[in-house]
Design a protein around this ligand. Structure first.
Ligand code: KIV
Ligand code: ZN
Length: 513
């Protein structure tokens, strides 16, 4: 059995199913390029049938990525499979991932189908996928709560029908590591044609066990882990790519396996996904959290200075921490900016995009002496959105004085026309948001507002994350600036633009759409 674990990244599909994490085509391509650079084996780019926009995004990823396999999800339905097949047609290596639920609770309540009907539909789906590609993944949705005899039956049948990867999802994050590992072992031992397919796992983190369950599964013979950057995904998310990869790499003595991942891209990838989706990374998150390699207490610091292995099991630089290195400044030119961005995994494709980015960079460098990698990442968040935004931030003037009511005047460009509004509020940010609302009348509710510093230092940029909700739809917006109020307004405007974007997309795990 191979000792190489296939890393299947589903940030662009399951990750995108997190409320408010939906991404544009360009954003998906940007993340996919980073994943490719990191050596991810398979990139699940989306659920092609969800909407025309989703189809275009999967297609754009398939047409752009050369070194990773590009995959589209599809339910076990002809129309889904054909749409997925169309979307991945241009890929150097394309995969169709089809699935159907196999647990009694899902079959009875969601599908309203018998076991025989489910097996028949699964076989039909795998055969249909075979018209498009030889690389076919079949998933037993809610396998974690499915009966083992039924799993053996449907998996044997789908391998016979042509499935080359069999994925065992713990869809609701219900299993525990020993049990999940034992399940994989039983399946591999009992299914007569199990050696004809790669066994994969897809774990959700509802009990905080997704990484542990995935690692337990590889110890019992699974050879593909499905995961996401920052553990993004439905509800509590999926197996975190960075945690699973670093556990395998750091504890090779125990696992005796490895992945192809180039780990120095983990932190830049985490930042990129966080800034694009507006989901901040908690400071104590393993590997990519701001505190993951910070040694606060004197005792720890003393130990680390004498011998870093006293308290460090991994080297910060191996996962991409650059210790706030000053990389560019006021006098840096366009090519220095372009090549530093490339080193961060961000490619600038057109002269126009470079011009826009450089103008923003100059503007930032006028206000901030030293520009770090983190500043460049934050800068790119704004640039990526620009062409899609019908509403743009122009300027803000605010006033706050002890004992006075704070006020803010915001100027926006709305479909090319400038408009301004002044409002008062409990604070300047409140006043600025009210000014925006009085111009746009979105009626959205502010669900989350958070500020973090992009780098250390008093002149650091603030990164603001805003979450808006309207009629059940949730969007995140992100903005960065050396001024907190400006960053807040940019984040709000970014969220509003997303709220106004296309929304009608089918959810893969709903059966009735
Ligand atoms: O969690 C799950 O079961 C899924 C499937 C669609 C693979 O995401
Ligand atoms: Zn999932």
């Amino acid at each position: 059995m191979s000792d190489n674990i296939i890393i299947f990244d589903t940030t662009l599909r399951d990750g995108e199913q997190s409320p408010g994490a939906s991404m544009t085509k360009d954003e998906k391509v940007r993340i996919a390029k980073m994943l490719e650079k990191m050596n991810v084996d398979v990139i699940e780019a989306g659920f092609a049938i969800a909407s025309p926009g989703d189809f275009e995004a999967v297609k754009a990823v398939a047409d752009t990525i050369k070194d990773s396999t590009v995959c589209s999800l599809s339910r076990a339905l002809d129309k889904d499979i054909d749409r997925a097949g169309e979307a991945i047609k241009g890929a150097n290596s394309g995969r169709i991932h089809t699935f159907i639920a196999t647990s009694p609770i899902h079959m009875e309540n969601k599908l309203r189908m018998s076991e025989d009907q489910v097996v028949e539909q699964a076989i039909k789906a795998v055969k249909r996928a075979g018209k498009w590609t030889n690389d076919i993944e079949f998933s037993c949705e809610d396998a974690g709560r499915s009966e083992i005899d039924f799993l053996c039956r449907i998996i044997e049948a789908t391998i016979d029908a042509g499935a080359t990867t069999i994925n065992i999802p713990d869809t609701v994050g219900y299993t525990v590591p020993e049990q999940f590992g034992a399940m994989i072992e039983t399946l591999l031992n009992r299914i007569p044609n199990a050696d004809k397919a790669v066994f994969s796992v897809h774990c959700h983190n509802d009990l905080g066990l997704a990484v542990a369950n995935s690692l337990s599964a590889i110890m019992k013979g699974a050879r593909q882990i499905e995961c996401t950057i920052n553990g993004l995904g439905e509800r509590a998310g999926n197996t975190s790519l960075e945690e699973a990869v670093m556990a395998i790499r750091t504890r090779q003595d125990y696992f005796n396996m490895d992945t192809r991942i180039e780990t120095e891209h983990l932190v830049p990838a985490s930042r990129l996904v966080s800034s694009i989706t507006g989901f901040p990374v908690q400071p104590n998150k393993a590997i990519v959290g701001a505190n993951a390699f910070a040694h606060e207490s004197g005792i720890h610091q003393d130990g680390v200075l004498k011998n870093r292995e006293t308290y460090e099991i991994m080297r910060a630089e191996d996962v991409g921490w650059t210790t706030n290195r000053m990389v560019l400044g006021k006098h840096s030119g366009r090519s220095a900016l372009k090549s530093r961005l490339e080193e961060l995994g961000i490619t600038i494709d057109s002269e126009e995009e470079l011009n826009r980015t450089f103008a923003r960079f100059k503007d930032l460098a006028d206000r901030k002496h030293d520009i770090y990698d983190e500043d460049l990442q934050a800068l790119m968040t704004d640039v990526g959105e620009e062409e899609h935004e019908t509403i743009r931030f122009v300027s803000i003037k605010s006033h706050a004085e002890t004992g006075e009511t704070p006020s803010a005047s915001v100027t926006l460009s709305i479909n090319g026309q400038e408009q301004a509004q002044t409002c008062t509020g409990g604070g300047i940010v409140d006043a600025a948001f009210q000014a925006i609302e009085s111009m746009l009348e979105t009626g959205a509710e502010l669900q989350l507002y958070s500020v973090s510093n992009v780098t250390k230092g008093i002149d650091a940029q603030a990164e603001v994350s805003v979450r808006l909700e309207k009629g059940g739809r949730i969007v995140n917006g992100l903005g960065a600036d050396t001024d907190i109020v400006t960053a807040s307004v940019k984040a709000y405007v970014n969220a509003v633009n997303r709220l106004m974007g296309p929304e009608d997309r089918a959810h893969p795990q709903r059966h009735d759409v």
